[in-house]
Every structure is written in C-alpha cells, then in structure tokens.
Design a protein around this ligand. Structure first.
Ligand code: GAF
Length: 392
C-alpha cells in the first residue's frame, strides 16, 4: 500500500472514521547543485516516487497531536501541544518538524487551530533523500487545506511561498540553518522533469528529464552511513561561505564571476578558498548540465556529476569514505557519472548508468561495500515523480 492509503487506513482504525483529508509530499534527489542554495545559487533536483503522507482532521481543543506509523505497524504518538503555545525551543526531537510548520504558518498569518495528524512514509529516513522536508511539506499542505487555503486554490499561498515558510520552521523552530533546496524540490517539482531553480530570483524552470529514452537510468546508492558531525559540518561550511562573501564585499558567493575566481581566491585566507572554489564551480556545473539537457546531450551530464563529487570531496570536504566508495565503484563498473547527493557526511550517492550495465554496476557497488566491511547499501533506480499535493 502507498503511504497515503496507509495513513488513511491507520487514521480510520485509530479514530473510527476517515480523516478529513490526506496530503503527501515526496523526498528528492538533487541531480547537481550542492551547497549552492544558501549561496543564492542554482540547484537541479527532482522529486522521488517515495512520499510522506499525512492524514488529518481538525481538533476542537486547540491542540496539535501527531502520530507516526512505524514500519512495524505501530503508532508512535507525541504529547499533544496547544498550538498557541508553540514557539522556538519548546519542542524537541522529531515532533519539532511537524510542530514547527504549524508555528511558521501561524506566524505568517494562516489560521492554524487544533489538528490531529497521522503520518506514514516510504522515504528512507537518514538517507540524505530529504525525508524530514517531505514530512514538513506534507504537514504544511494539510494545515493549509484544513484552514481553507488549499494550495492551488484561488487566493491561497503559492508553492514557493509555502517553501519559504517551511524553511523558516526549520531554521528558526528546529534550529537547522538549511537552505531552500529541499522544500522547493518537494513542493515545486513535477513528474518527468528536473527543476532548474534559481534560489536568488525564486524562478524555476521544469526541464524534461527522461534518461530512459537514452537507455540510461539514475541509480540511488543509499550508503546507510551517517556521521555524527553532519550538523556542525553543515553549519561550519555555511558560516565559511558567508564570511568569504563578506570579505569579498558581495551579497553572496553567487556574485563571484567565474572568470575572476582566481583573483577572488587570492584575496581570501587559505581555509576559505576551497569553499569559494566549490560554490563558484558548482554553479557553473549546474548551468552546463542545464544546457546539456536542453540540447538533449545526456552524454555530457555524467562527467559534470563526477566533477561535482570531486569538488564536494576535495574542496568542500562534505563527502565520507562510504560515499566515495559508492561513487568510485559505480564509475569503475561503467557508470557515466556519479556523485553524492544532498548535504553529505553520509546518506546517498547517485549514478547515471547505461541500462544495459545496470546489473553489473549494482553488483560491483555491493561487492565493494562487502569487501570494505561496510553494511550492504540500499540500491534502487528512480525517475522524477510528482511534487506535493492532496491525495484524498
Ligand atoms: C541539505 C540542506 F537541507 C539543503 O538546504 C542543501 O543545502 C543541501 O543540504 C546541500 O545542497 O539537504
């Protein structure tokens, strides 16, 4: 059963009646454009078929109650909290993600009252595929729907605006200084396309992405690794970029002209140079990937993906041995290109693989992990799926 059906069925079993509605939002893969979003740059994600679904109905006591359906079929409930009491720092643990969204929407003037939420998901958690943002986006749509502001309806907020509210909930309520990539991907991507998104302007363009037509596939390699310094590592990189922009006298690293990057690097302390080099060259790689896709030249995309990984590994230093092994073993077995995707320090890599060689790439990656003594990676192919919306 799909998450939407599971959420609806579990809601009916728990409450004795159907929910008022079910909304869902996908996880994402970022094809290229990593650690560029908080530098006002370019990203190129697509939505996964895997989704987080939320079954919901209003409560009359003004409290927000969240239950999550575990893989074991059990419901994990959080203590209901009065919506009017929600504020940064008042909720910890995973409940901060849905509750922060209620807080952000209220702060933005959306009339959020008491709500009963039941969550079901098939987005692998902790895999760098943005399961927490999918959860937040599905909750945002549910709260908007219950408040009579269904996204897409006349007078309702637009998806980019909802993405900014979700980002605010994560930055200010949960306390994670993340950018706009993941929320935008979950809310704004469409089936069969990658979303070319300019974070500064807020403009997005849907670009057809049908690798099967070129007898290729996108393989996700979830390394199942997660490294404890990921949060501090992310925040350090972001601070470093902001500091470098300040020293260079520009609003964001997006403003560094690639042609003048060497001159800019020369004006920075040594430890900031690799961060800037990554941010500037990664934006260039996104633009070149977009140009290649528009021209139907998929053969040019693989090397750009691999170039992105090298830059994230050597300059930005957010890769890890498991991600490097996933990329190296996929390339050695015939992938056209491969890179880590998402924030890094564990999670998933993606590889662009000729369909005819898919089985041997999968085998080679699995063998490489076993030989290194790592746990078996989770391997699956993906095609771009629909963005967030109402299911029933
Ligand atoms: C994480 C963050 F949430 C995104 O905003 C983005 O910065 C990404 O890491 C790196 O590109 O997913």
């Amino acid at each position: 059963m799909r998450p939407g059906q599971r959420a609806a069925a579990a809601f009916a079993a728990a409450h004795g009646h159907a929910p008022v509605g079910v909304w869902s939002a996908p996880g994402r893969v970022n094809l290229i454009g990593e650690h560029t979003d908080y530098n006002d740059g370019f990203v190129l994600p697509f939505a996964l078929p895997n989704r987080v679904a939320v079954a919901a109905e209003p409560r009359s006591d003004g409290r927000l109650s969240v239950a999550s359906l575990g893989d074991d079929g059990r419901l994990h409930r959080t203590e209901p909290v009065a919506v009017s009491d929600l504020g940064p720092g008042r909720v910890t643990g995973w409940a901060a993600y849905p509750m922060g969204v209620a807080w952000a929407l209220r702060t933005a003037g959306v009339p959020v009252g008491g709500v009963e939420l039941l969550i079901a998901s098939d987005v692998p958690a902790g895999a760098g595929l943005s399961s927490s943002h999918a959860l937040q986006c599905a909750v945002a749509l549910a709260l908007l729907g219950l408040a009579g502001r269904e996204v897409g309806a006349e007078g309702a907020p637009g998806r980019p605006e909802v993405a900014r509210w979700v980002q605010r909930s994560e930055n200010d309520f949960v306390g994670a200084p993340t950018g706009l990539l993941d929320q935008t991907a979950s809310l704004c991507c469409t089936a069969a396309h990658v979303l070319f998104f300019d974070v500064r302007s807020g403009c997005g363009e849907q670009i057809p992405f049908d690798v099967a037509a070129d007898e290729m596939a996108v393989l996700v390699i979830d390394t199942r690794a997660s490294h404890s310094h990921s949060e501090s590592g992310y925040a350090d990189r972001r601070r470093g970029c902001e500091h470098a922009a300040e020293l260079l006298g520009v609003p964001a690293l997006r403003d560094i002209d690639p042609a003048g990057v060497d001159e800019a690097l020369g004006r920075l302390p040594a430890e900031l140079r690799p961060l800037v080099r990554h941010a500037v060259t990664e934006n260039e790689r996104v633009l070149r990937t977009v140009a290649a896709l528009r021209a139907g030249r998929l053969d040019e995309v693989g090397p750009l993906l691999t170039g992105s990984h090298t830059s994230l590994r050597d300059d930005y230093r957010v890769s890890c041995p498991e991600l490097d092994l996933a990329v190296d073993s996929a390339l050695a077995a015939g992938a056209a290109g491969a890179r880590m995707t998402g924030g890094g320090f564990g999670g998933s890599a993606i590889a662009l693989v000729p369909t005819a060689g898919l089985a041997s790439v999968e085998r080679a990656v699995a063998v490489a992990f076993a030989e290194r003594g790592y746990g078996a990676p989770r391997l699956f192919t993906v095609v771009p799926a629909a963005g967030a919306g109402r299911e029933e």
